[in-house]
Design a binder for this molecule. Structure first.
Ligand code: ASP
Length: 366
């Protein structure tokens, strides 16, 4: 009985194998190629790119249809520019650069053209980049003439043994590499000037009521901003499975001359590690520095085994507890997208090789 079952099973297997072989023989070369391509695309690593254009009091009721359409179009343009690099086999760093350049060149965002004014009515720009594979990083802080600060940050990463250069030294260094320099007035926009006047008007009212000020020695009144930040950031995952994160900003309206925010500080406003995730932050930078927000998210994944969305949620909770506000975007090593914020809205979007493409502006929907 036992032997019979074994013999009949063997016969069945041989029969199926013969049928499969004969079917394969009938496949045309084109069919075989298509089947191969399908297998390859199943095993191919995912491509993914996520961007933000700042968090803040971004409410539907304050937005016109034209403004919303303009933001959506620019976010899509940035997504597409970055994604095209990934699709062509480019690195995650180059994808981040392409996406961020589009937003830096747009007056809609607080980075490059359209950067906010500091308390002296000047612009001081910060940017950083980090690679998840090597943990190499580059940053510039307080630069005033570099049209695309993210390009300067990449140059610092690639062409120096340092991580961060600031001010005139940074400008002199990157100037030697043909990076585009502009007149400082290039960054001026009417919208940002109005925001400065509004913030300084509010500050004056507060000073006139100085009993309201925090009298702790060495402290100023709470920073005043109209909470429409507009910093830009991008995280990308390339075909080699390498993550990169970049952030670029004009900082905060009416900030003190010389103030440096979280955006150029590796681990605070920007971080990438292939073991965990890439992160870019936006919001009141001081809180992101104090919590080392981007690195904290990576560590929560590494040491606590959190998923990327849980890690962001926990960091935003910590920031909220300190009285801070803002948002974060991230991609994990498998291309899972996460974003979180405790402000009314955040300009955010992602595109993936699964075909997903999403742009969101207002309150969280997931
Ligand atoms: N985080 C930036 C800073 O503090 C501002 C922003 O995200 O809009 O400089």
């Amino acid at each position: 009985m036992h032997a019979f079952i074994k013999r009949s099973t063997l016969t069945t297997i041989l029969f199926i194998a013969a049928v499969v072989t004969s079917c394969q023989e009938k496949q045309s070369p084109a069919e075989v190629k298509t089947a191969q391509n399908q297998t390859e695309s199943i095993t191919e690593k995912p491509l993914a790119l996520v961007i933000h254009g700042g968090a803040g009091t971004i409410k539907r009721e304050n937005m016109t249809e034209e403004m919303e359409a303009a933001y959506r179009a620019k976010l899509q343009e940035a997504l597409d520019a970055g994604y095209a690099v990934l699709e062509a086999g480019g690195t995650s760093v180059e994808a981040v650069r392409s996406a961020i350049n589009i937003m830096e060149d747009s007056p809609l965002f607080n980075a490059g053209k359209g950067a906010v004014f500091n308390s002296l009515g000047k612009h001081e720009l910060d940017a950083s980049i980090m690679e998840g594979q090597t943990l190499n990083a580059g940053a510039v802080a307080g630069v005033t003439k570099i049209r695309n600060p993210i390009d300067a940050a990449i140059l610092v990463k690639d062409s120096t043994r340092h991580v961060m250069l600031s001010g005139a030294g940074a400008e002199e260094f990157v100037g030697q590499y043909g990076i585009t320099m502009v007149e400082t007035s290039y960054f001026d926009t009417e919208k940002r000037r109005e925001q400065l006047h509004k913030a300084q008007g509010k500050e004056k009212v507060m000073l006139d009521h100085s009993s309201l000020l925090d009298k702790t020695p060495g402290r100023d009144a709470a920073p005043i901003d109209d909470h429409k930040y507009g910093t830009v950031g991008c995280v990308a995952l390339d075909k080699e499975g390498n993550l990169a994160a970049g952030t670029s900003t004009g900082g905060m309206t009416n900030k003190k001359f010389g103030r440096i925010g979280d955006s150029p500080i590796i681990g605070a406003g920007n971080y990438a590690n292939n073991l965990t995730c890439g992160v870019s932050c936006t919001g009141t930078g001081e809180f992101f520095i104090r919590t080392l927000a981007a690195h904290e998210a990576s560590n929560l994944m590494l040491y606590k085994g959190m998923k990327v969305d849980q890690a962001l949620e926990e960091v935003i909770r910590q920031i909220q507890e300190l009285g801070g506000d803002g948002g974060m975007i991230a991609l994990d090593k498998d291309g899972n997208v996460a974003w979180d914020f405790n402000t009314a809205g955040m300009y955010r979007a992602f595109r993936k090789s699964t075909g997903e493409n999403k742009i969101e502006i207002y309150e969280k929907t997931q």
